[in-house]
Design a protein around this ligand. Structure first.
Ligand SMILES: [Cu+2]
Length: 358
């Protein structure tokens, strides 16, 4: 009922405005004025409003920076994040003066050259030199930015090798939570397949694959050792998700049916970051950055970056796959772990091999 009343009020209001305009038109036509022709006074008012808009716009931007400026991300907590931040800063340094200058000129010209009946516009059709200048300069600047960005992309996406001895973690996304899987002492992930997804086995672990018996998986939060390269593998169960770790300047899509990867070296522990940000509650987060459904906003996991000893202690406390309730019956009785001679590193495991496991 209230909505109907509001609707009626809006309609009546529009009709009233229409009527008022009509009355003004009629009265000016009686006075012999052309109501549809803008007068010099109208042009002056409009051109001054352009200047008002220019100042209001810049004041609004400055207000936003003052009000929300402290909401930006703290310093990068990963090695590659520093060079990404440099790229970002360089881009800002180049585009900010251009933004300010072009906007001042845009609105200043609108004011300065507003129509006046007592002056005539200059006819200025073309100037090759000017055209060349304002095409070439932005093109060169953009080319430099793109080449700089590409070189940073190559550096950031550099795959790890076995010599890097990375910590390997699989992040598994589904509507609407994350699971982190660690390969266990044998440093080999067990096979997984969608065919095995059932009940508590939501990762689709193949219980007959011994590599997977000591795999550990955790929810809610996972740990990373500081200053060690971490190789992430990403999988998704249902739709495309995106693993987003903003403090480490890392983001990678998680796509059903394939394994994507990213690696980085965390450089600042959670405790150190608490001091840097002055926020005793500070936590690193893994977030989902693809709108993947109704509870997308809630899809997150705390990341704890700690010293190596604390990391090892934490990892040792986590339950292995076999110990997870409900899976013991499915798994074969023998619990002998795979021998040391078995392929001790799957860093080089390629996409096709990992995909085949799905
Ligand atoms: Cu998601």
């Amino acid at each position: 009922m209230l909505n109907l009343l509001i609707l009626i009020a809006i309609v009546v209001g529009i009709i009233a405005i229409g009527k008022v305009i009509r009355v003004m038109e009629l009265s000016s036509s009686i006075k012999g004025e052309n109501s549809w022709l803008a007068s010099d006074k109208d042009h002056r008012t409009q051109s001054r409003l352009m200047l008002v808009f220019l100042f209001a716009y810049f004041i609004f931007i400055i207000w936003q920076i003052v009000e929300w400026g402290d909401e930006v991300l703290p310093v990068s907590a990963s090695e590659h994040g520093v060079i990404i931040d440099n790229l970002m800063t360089t881009t800002w340094v180049i585009i900010t003066p251009v933004f300010i200058l072009t906007h001042i000129l845009l609105f200043y010209f609108a004011w300065k050259y507003a129509y006046r009946s007592d002056r005539k516009a200059t006819f200025f059709a073309h100037n090759n030199k000017l055209e060349l200048l304002w095409t070439a300069v932005p093109a060169i600047v953009l080319l430099i930015l793109i080449l700089y960005g590409l070189s940073i992309w190559n550096e950031t996406m550099e795959p790890l090798t076995a010599e890097d001895d990375p910590v390997e973690i699989e992040l598994y996304a589904r509507q609407f939570d994350w699971t982190a899987r660690y390969p266990g002492e044998d440093k080999n992930f067990g096979d997984v397949s969608v065919r095995h997804i059932e009940g508590v086995n939501m990762l689709g672990m193949d219980s007959t694959d011994q590599n997977g018996w000591d795999d550990k998986y955790v929810k809610a939060e996972f740990y990373l050792p500081v200053d060690k390269p971490v190789q992430f593998y990403f999988r998704a169960q249902d739709v495309i998700h995106s693993a987003y770790m903003p403090h480490f300047r890392a983001q990678m899509n998680c796509v059903p049916g394939m394994v994507t990867r990213f690696n980085f070296v965390p450089t600042i522990t959670t405790d150190e970051m608490k001091e840097i940000t002055g926020d005793p509650e500070f936590e690193y987060y893994l977030l989902c950055n693809k709108i993947c459904g109704a509870a997308h906003y809630n899809m997150k996991m705390v990341i704890k970056v700690v010293g190596e000893q604390e990391y090892n202690d934490w990892l040792n406390e986590q339950k292995v796959f076999l110990a997870v309730e409900g899976l013991q019956e499915e798994a074969p009785v023998e619990t002998e772990m795979p021998s040391e001679e078995s392929d001790s590193s799957n860093t080089e495991m390629d996409e096709t091999e990992l995909s085949a496991q799905l």
